[in-house]
Design a binder for this molecule. Sequence first.
Ligand SMILES: *Cc1c(COP(=O)(O)O)cnc(C)c1O
Length: 351
Amino acid sequence: MKLWEKNIRRVVPYVPGEQPNNPNMVKLNTNENPYPPAPGVEKVLKGMDTKRLRLYPDPTIKLLVESLAQFYHLGNDQVFVGVGSDDVLAMAFMTFYNSEKKILFPDVTYSFYPVWSKLFQIPYDTPALDKDFRIVKEDYYKDNGGVVIANPNAPTSIYEDLSVIEDIIMNNPDVIVIIDEAYIDFAGRSAVELISRYDNLLVVQTFSKSRSMAGMRIGYAMGQPQLIKALNDVKYSFNSYTMNLTAIECGVEAVKDTEYFKQGIQKIIATREKSEEKLKALGFSFLKSGTNFIFATHCKVPAKAIFEALRSNNIYVRYFNLPRIDKYLRITIGTEEEMNRLIKFLQTFLP
Ligand SMILES: *Cc1c(COP(=O)(O)O)cnc(C)c1O
């Protein structure tokens, strides 16, 4: 081994769901939204004067910070914007988790958390969800270096009541509690309303799911000004121009169109409920979903076999070959037509 090889930061990277691009495929594997972004986004892109790309974008991302602050009734100094919530979460791990103590997140949750922990050399522990995949809040009351909770959780789809989240925040006044709300718009009350009362709370959300903009890469964090300043200080020590000009302006248009946003969410929820009924009739059961996906298991046929059969028929869902969840499929809610194709195939495939 060469001497320099010893000093390489070795990491096992996160593996995102596959991004096939076959004509006629039904893609229900990475929780993207099947509908287009708000119409204003298209206007921005079509009207873009490319001469403007000559200049650097605004490093403070002022326009988008202001529109998000207004939408959530927060101050402009309470919002941090980044390149997708993955970028925001990574930045938050780096900024807030620097003690020797272990940070805590559930054993079954977003599989990026352990990857960032290892990348930044943050020790961590993973309290087990209970047998129904619910968070045991008391597990997070012990001494720790920070807490990360996805609510609704992924890939379980379960939304925990805000009172559970508040208890965890309240019992951890000495560390930063990150609530990853990637799916909150499909669920219920957000922890944003707790921000004014807890200086240790950071809420992270994304444009990738409910706002149909996974390809644009926009995520944001909300918290008290001291936390937002700390995140900005780290960002400016890394890369001043994280958000490109086009993404900033498209983001502003998406936030403006509240009517389109609300309607889009209602459409997904309606399709989710219909799909649940049809899947139930086919012998599936699932956890109560507060997201744009269903976490389903079949009474007879192993999840892996269903996954593979679907895949060879150009229908993509997600299967995790991991302890505790290897009997489940994570199925993103697509359009009515896409869900019908899924159901139709399952009707012929299942015994
Ligand atoms: C999708 C997802 C993210 C990442 O979203 P991006 O904004 O696209 O980076 C973060 N957390 C959870 C739990 C997710 O499901």
